[in-house]
Design a protein around this ligand. Structure first.
Ligand SMILES: NC(=O)c1ccc[n+]([C@@H]2O[C@H](COP(=O)([O-])OP(=O)(O)OC[C@H]3O[C@@H](n4cnc5c(N)ncnc54)[C@H](OP(=O)(O)O)[C@@H]3O)[C@@H](O)[C@H]2O)c1
Length: 324
């Protein structure tokens, strides 16, 4: 077995790498010359680094040499312009699948997203058999990437769709911790229910799906069964950080001008921002909930970390690394 991991230096990928190394699995990582290696420096002596990009087919072809299993975690989560989502998520996946087919690799675990499936509420959570209805260019590009895999991949493939992922090294939900550290309690819509997954639970699902025979050809949501709201998450952060805060209501009406301003800023500077008109479409959705039962029933994997425990571990890491 020889595993190639893409996106290894990113938030999710670096945790997958830690786990592959801890299990002693022979691993190569695809890195760009420009990739920031701050999260994986301690692993660089354990793995083979293969330089290349998923948007550069010849480099991918070289990186695939001798590879039997691929974990595809590289992806674009913010883009300017929006076409970049498709260049990296869809075309990059198409290039990777072509390289997998050329080398005759056995299995691909592809990290997609709940955004590819679209919004859903707690009363009717997304199930794998539901027709997808993404509401953002990010979600549509992740769905297009899934379709590249389903249509063209000759290796056994498994598609994993996590919702929002949080944990040590995450810079997305970090904005909540940072706001609380500045004594602000962000209070988004009280109605938007969320599935979430702690990063280590997602990694467990990836490793289970690398070999489990029942996973071949399947698509699974990977999420905690605990459904929360962004308000609950923010309140949990406050209670664990033990600081006084001033409530900052973030209704869609208030978020809209902020997203417009960030969109204009991104267009003027050419640099992608986390908040954008695309992000607004996701923020105003009625909910982002999925049902993780299929993964539990077929593969035996459960994302069991509670919000309380996941936030405690994340907070400890942010403090240790002096992010806050
Ligand atoms: N974080 C979440 O909440 C979440 C939720 C659902 C799904 N996901 C999915 O999980 C995956 C990882 O997300 P993340 O949060 O870990 O993002 P991240 O920290 O931004 O990492 C993205 C990774 O993709 C790599 N990458 C981007 N373009 C590339 C290219 N052209 N060639 C090779 N590598 C490239 C980046 O490398 P560089 O450093 O060189 O740019 C980086 O390693 C993505 O597919 C994302 O869609 C994430």
């Amino acid at each position: 077995m020889k595993i190639l991991l893409t996106g290894a230096n990113g938030f999710v990928g670096s945790h997958i790498l830690d786990s592959l190394c801890a299990k002693g699995l022979p691993t190569a990582i695809l890195l760009r010359q420009t990739s920031d290696t701050q999260f994986i420096r301690h692993r660089l002596s354990d793995v083979e680094v293969r330089h290349g990009s998923i948007t550069d087919p010849p480099s991918l072809q070289r990186a695939m040499s001798g590879v039997s299993h691929v974990v595809h975690c590289a992806g674009c989560i913010k883009a300017q312009p929006a076409a970049q989502f498709y260049d990296i998520n869809q075309q990059g996946t198409r290039n990777l699948v072509e390289a997998i087919n050329n080398v005759g690799a056995i299995r691909l675990v592809h990290i997609s997203s709940l955004a590819a499936a679209g919004p859903a509420t707690a009363s009717k959570p997304n199930r794998e058999s539901d027709p997808p209805h993404p509401v953002s260019e990010y979600g549509r590009s992740k769905l297009a990437a899934e379709q590249e895999v389903r249509t063209n991949c000759r290796a056994q493939y498994v598609i994993l769709r996590p919702p929002g992922v949080y944990g040590p090294r995450d810079s997305g939900f970090f904005s909540v911790f940072k706001a609380v550290a500045h004594h602000l309690l962000p209070l988004p819509s009280r109605r938007q229910a969320l599935s979430l997954v702690f990063v280590r639970d997602l990694v467990g699902a990836v490793l289970a799906c690398l070999e489990h025979s029942a996973a071949a050809g399947k698509t699974y949501f990977v999420a905690s069964p605990q459904i929360v709201t962004a308000r609950q998450m923010a309140r949990e952060v406050v209670s664990q950080m033990r600081v006084w805060t001033i409530p900052l209501p973030l209704s869609p009406a208030l978020l809209w001008p902020v997203c417009v301003a960030e969109e204009i800023r991104a267009r003027l500077t050419g640099r992608a921002r986390m908040l954008s008109l695309q992000k607004f479409a996701e923020l105003r959705a009625p909910g982002w909930v999925c049902d993780p039962a299929l993964l539990r029933n077929e593969i035996g994997h459960e994302s069991g970390t509670t919000l309380e425990k996941g936030i405690a571990e994340t907070l400890e890491w942010y403090r240790k690394e002096r992010w806050i």
